[in-house]
Design a binder for this molecule. Structure first.
Ligand code: NCD
Ligand code: ZN
Length: 337
């Protein structure tokens, strides 16, 4: 079996910066483009910082035809600043983090009232809003507790395109069908694992991320929606590399590094469920239709043949070391080079 994908997109990606970016960026280059997250230290809050970061991303991608879709870390911006952003090449949207909810989000929003004026302007100007949707409640309930906020946003700003980033629950999948202006991304790991895989046996730090993986019925609902080709569900890996020393540590950093395995694992997952024909929608067409994205034209072919080499047990360069999901495993599908 074989599938050729047209211009796959990763709609939620952490490329980091500096040496770590030099190491990980080329590992996403089988994608035609990606929505690049702004949670650097300090976060990307200004158009000038976004332009400079985009330049560094393009450089780290070397000569790959890759389209970085850049996001600004949400702060309450006025009309002039938003207009400036809109006219900036590569600007995609604003990513809103509740303050302190995940890696490098301390400068996020603690009260949505602070965001109202900016959200209204974004709605009028057609700027997408991407949201890390978790409350500060009990870890397993954080996403469901946030769903009411999504509801309020969807009702209050009916023309605003709101993306529920990295959804992890059946309840979030149901919410998608309540409001036309909501869409969502889902990661690789949340289509595959549950909390049991993270903490049911020996603790697996490389599977620990925010939001934490949930119950089997949640995973199944996410997977079913993806396999059905739900038109407002998109692949967003949330590939989030951390140095090995920060993962295999007391106080493990949150994030699963999936960039190097994402496409072969998705192909084998969709094939196993007899849904390969829906993969194109999930990894590209839905995002293009929702946002009118014009990314580089690329094709990539995947085949149900294990690659001759297992997934590296870690990637090491420029003084950085990072462990991918499926480290050391042989994947049943591979990219045809
Ligand atoms: C992400 C990171 O490390 O930047 N971590 C994660 O667990 N997903 C941040 C995020 O998207 O929440
Ligand atoms: Zn993320």
């Amino acid at each position: 079996m074989e599938i050729t994908l047209q211009s796959p997109l990763d709609m939620h990606l952490h490329l980091r910066d500096g040496d770590m970016m030099k190491l990980v960026a080329p590992l996403s280059s089988d994608f035609a483009g990606a929505v690049v997250m702004p949670n650097l230290v300090p976060p990307v809050t200004t158009v000038a910082a976004l332009e400079a970061y985009r330049g560094r991303v393009l450089q780290a991608m070397q000569s790959c035809p890759f389209t970085p879709l850049m996001t600004l870390f949400f702060t309450p911006l006025g009309e002039k600043e938003l207009e400036h952003a809109l006219s900036t090449p590569g600007f995609f949207g604003m990513k809103l983090y509740p303050a302190g909810i995940t890696t490098n989000s301390e400068g996020g929003i603690s009260n949505l009232a602070e965001a109202e004026r900016t959200l209204k302007l974004m709605e009028e100007m057609g700027i997408p809003l991407l949201v890390h949707g978790e409350s500060h409640g009990f870890v397993l309930d954080r996403e469901t507790e946030f769903l009411n906020t999504y509801r309020q946003l969807a009702m209050r700003y009916p023309k605003l395109r709101i993306s529920m980033e990295h959804i992890t629950t059946a309840a979030a999948v149901s919410l998608l069908d309540e409001f036309e202006n909501l869409c969502a991304t889902v990661t690789l790991q949340h289509l595959l694992i549950t909390l049991d895989d993270v903490a049911g046996g020996l603790l697996q730090p490389h599977l620990f991320c925010k939001p934490i993986a949930k119950r089997p019925e949640d995973r199944d609902a996410l997977l079913q929606a993806a396999l059905d080709g739900h038109p407002r569900l998109m692949f967003g890996s949330d590939s989030a590399p951390h140095p090995r020393s920060k993962k295999e540590a007391c106080g493990c950093a949150a994030g699963v590094f999936t960039a190097p395995v994402a496409l072969p694992v998705l192909a084998s997952l969709f094939a196993r469920h007899g849904a390969l024909d829906k993969l194109q929608a999930f990894v590209s067409d839905n995002a293009r239709a929702l946002y009118g994205i014009r990314a580089t034209d690329r094709t990539i072919t995947l085949r149900d043949e294990p690659s001759s080499l297992p997934v590296p047990s870690c990637y090491r360069s420029y003084g950085c070391e990072v462990v991918p999901m499926y480290a050391g495993a042989t994947l049943p599908w591979s990219i045809v080079r």
